[in-house]
Design a binder for this molecule. Structure first.
Ligand code: AMP
Length: 430
């Protein structure tokens, strides 16, 4: 098989890593890829969101399978363009990707199909209307920009002044671009978060192993939100009774709701959950694997990823029994640029990458790096995802942190409490 992977972050490096383990894979391209992926696949300098350029590339190279990593190509209609040409591609249609591309679409979907979620106060087209609505909400209130905002479109506002400041920046100054033209207000949910991801062919589905990510930049869940500073996966995150509740109240109503709405959904569906006192509730849908959740999940993979994804995309038939997972744990610790998630400099030389060979179970996945001559340099806020799998979470964390301690670049920082026990996280104020 020849496979094209779209995207250039840690999630895509994880996909390439596992696809290469399949004996059926003879060639992988990655567009655009990064400095680490370049050692394992042929990187092609095309933006993953540029549908025309990706189609032209595939016309010339004929991949047997294309896997979409990030959301932008989905929202831009890439899978529709591929399916019109009968090319095998993993990922939902542009219409289905509205579940992620529009918070209002997804909220209306959840309400229509009676799927548990935070209560919505309303949707608004103007800042004046939001200000009026703020008079009758409970605090803190959650404000969500409707469209894609690179992870910056959700704000938990503690009071009116903070809410107005966010709304002004999003709706009047357009700081987040067109994604901020409409917003919604909803109640704040309390509890632990859980990432529940499924793979579906539109009829059958298989859950991946559960994960939890760490969004705040500093230990103890302090500081601003990031794209994700790390993640871990263990089966203990999902006791059997919770798994059953999620299946019955969330996953199956979501899939039957999509079918009832005439939306064929194929690919990964990420369900972000809040485990509240009154049961699990949906925070958000993403139409793809999470990053860095994918790294922690794929570290536990024990099946032929190329075969299963080809079953889904080329044959349209998922066999859930093929998805097998290593017992134990997977984890990913993100090494970030100095200043991230605020301003940071790129181009810092990364040292220590070659000294990691002896640490069992560790794989350093590149998120934002590029090659400069024979050096690997930083090229983004999240630079590396040090990923490990082991028989226990403690062992996986020990291996990942041992590897992280051998890597260095100017300004590098990372959280020391990835995988911390949920009650500790709660005590720290998450
Ligand atoms: P979303 O992109 O909708 O998942 O929002 C990003 C993050 O904001 C989530 O992972 C939660 O940490 C937080 N969040 C979103 N909606 C709510 C809510 N209704 N209550 C509490 N936290 C929320």
């Amino acid at each position: 098989m020849k496979i094209l992977v779209l995207g250039g972050g840690g999630r895509e490096h994880a996909l390439v890593w596992k696809l290469r383990e399949s004996p059926r894979v003879e060639k992988i391209w990655c567009a655009p890829g990064n400095g680490g992926i370049a050692a394992e696949a042929e990187c092609v300098a095309i933006d993953a969101g540029d549908v025309g350029a990706i189609v032209a590339f595939a016309e010339g190279t004929h991949p047997d399978l294309t896997i979409v990593g990030p959301e932008l190509p989905l929202v831009n209609g890439l899978t529709d363009a591929f399916r019109q040409r009968s090319w095998a591609v993993v990922g939902p249609s542009k219409q289905a990707a509205q579940l992620e591309g529009s918070k209002i679409f997804s909220k209306e979907f959840l309400a229509r199909h009676h799927i548990p979620t935070a209560k919505m106060y309303g949707t608004y087209d103007s800042s004046a209307d939001v200000y009026k609505a703020l008079n009758s909400v409970a605090w803190p209130v959650v404000i969500k920009a409707d469209g894609l905002c690179a992870g910056k479109g959700v704000f938990l506002a503690p009071d009116v002044a903070a809410a107005k400041d966010f709304v002004e920046r999003v709706m009047e100054k357009n700081e987040l671009g067109p994604g901020g033209r409409r917003v919604l207000l909803e109640e704040t949910l309390e509890g632990e978060e859980l990432s529940f991801i499924i793979l579906t062919d539109g009829n059958r589905y298989a859950p991946l192993v559960p994960t939890r990510d760490h969004k705040r930049v500093f230990d103890g869940n302090q500081g601003p939100n990031t794209g994700g500073m790390g993640a871990y996966s263990t089966d203990e995150l999902l006791p059997d009774d919770l798994r059953e509740t999620i299946r019955l109240t969330i996953v199956e109503p979501t899939l039957s709701g999509l079918a009832a709405d005439g939306i064929h959904y194929q690919g990964f569906l990420y369900i972000g959950l809040m485990l509240t006192k009154s049961g699990p509730k949906v925070l958000e849908f993403n139409c793809r694997l999470g990053d860095p959740e994918a790294q922690a999940i794929l570290a536990r993979l024990d099946f032929d990823l190329a075969e299963v994804l080809s079953d889904v995309a080329a044959a349209g038939h998922l066999d859930p029994s093929k998805l097998r997972w290593k017992a134990g744990a997977g984890t990913c610790v993100v090494l970030a640029s100095g200043g991230y998630p605020g301003k940071f400099e790129s181009g810092k030389r990364i040292e220590g990458l070659t000294s990691l060979g002896q640490i069992t179970g560790v794989k350093v996945l590149h998120a934002g790096t590029k090659l400069l001559g024979d050096a690997v340099v930083t090229n983004s806020g999240r630079v590396l995802g040090v990923t490990a799998a082991a028989a226990t979470l403690e062992d996986a964390l020990a291996a990942a942190y041992e590897a992280a301690s051998r890597i260095h670049f100017e300004g590098m920082h990372y959280r020391r409490d990835i995988g911390a026990h949920p009650t500790r996280q709660k005590a720290a104020g998450d």
